[in-house]
Design a protein around this ligand. Structure first.
Ligand code: PEP
Length: 252
């Protein structure tokens, strides 16, 4: 029986001012009733320090950054380093979100470096992958997602790979209101797990949490999370409403 974590991760993206974010986080803390689900709030950098105070001491609620620079530090004006993140209690970092791939040109080589530095500093990457509609319609989505994972992650040792959370996020489902069907998510997650098993063995594959992302809402979370290879969700829009997000956490 798999011991992998059930995870509900929110991605606030570039939303929520300082006070709004504090209020939302407090509501989430008050509304989360499950202690067997790892809850992660992916917040803008300005919130990281105050989240430490709001979430501190609750063992299953963690904070994630949405990006991290690949270098240790130095003359990179405007960037945030891994040690900045750990200095304010960050434990997870979302990497390779499709918005960063598309708008900031992030590709496999860069993401491999970012993954390395995040792990080196003792944080866990939430590594996003997923195809656009054109690729899905062509039927080459499994090939593309496999390549995204192999190229950015398969240099890792088995020990490090076990710290990675995978988030499969079909781009055509992100922020569109169109969700992949539970079966479409399951099929891709099963293929991802098989790919991991081939490289790292069945035990590591079985321990890897694979999240689905793309218009997860209270109305579809239960069906998605009931799939054997769907270990939770990376949630954008619905994570901005405490009631919706806590219902999603309760949907496992
Ligand atoms: C996301 O940003 O990772 C995401 C899945 O967004 P949404 O839930 O809004 O589709």
């Amino acid at each position: 029986m798999a011991k992998r974590k059930k995870i509900a991760a929110g991605n606030w993206k570039m939303n929520m001012g300082y006070e709004e974010g504090r209020i939302l986080a407090r509501k989430v803390v008050d509304g989360v009733v499950r202690s067997d689900v790892t809850v992660i709030l992916g917040v803008p950098f300005i919130h990281l320090k105050s989240m430490e105070n709001i979430l501190g001491g609750i063992s299953n609620i963690h904070v994630a950054a949405q990006n991290c620079h690949q270098e240790e530090g130095g003359a990179y004006t405007g960037e945030i380093s891994a040690s900045h993140l750990t200095s304010v209690g960050t434990s997870y970092v979302i990497l390779g979100h499709s918005e960063r791939r598309e708008y900031f040109g992030e590709g496999a080589a860069l993401l491999a470096k970012k993954t390395d530095i995040v792990l080196k500093h003792g944080m866990k990457p939430i590594f996003c992958c997923g195809e656009n509609l054109e690729i899905r319609e062509k039927g080459t989505h499994v090939k593309l997602v496999s390549k995204q994972i192999k190229d950015a992650l398969f240099h890792l040792s088995d020990e490090d790979f076990r710290k990675v959370v995978i988030a499969y996020e079909p781009i055509w489902a992100i922020g569109t209101g169109v969700t992949a069907s539970a079966q479409q998510a399951q099929d891709m997650h099963k293929d991802i797990r098989a790919l991991i098993a081939k490289k790292y063995g069945a035990e590591t594959a079985d321990l890897t949490s694979i999240l689905y992302g793309g218009s997860v809402k209270p109305a579809n979370a239960k069906e998605l999370f009931a799939m054997p290879d769907v270990d939770g969700g990376l949630v954008g829009g619905a994570s901005l409403k405490a009631g919706d997000f806590t219902q999603i956490v309760a949907a496992f």
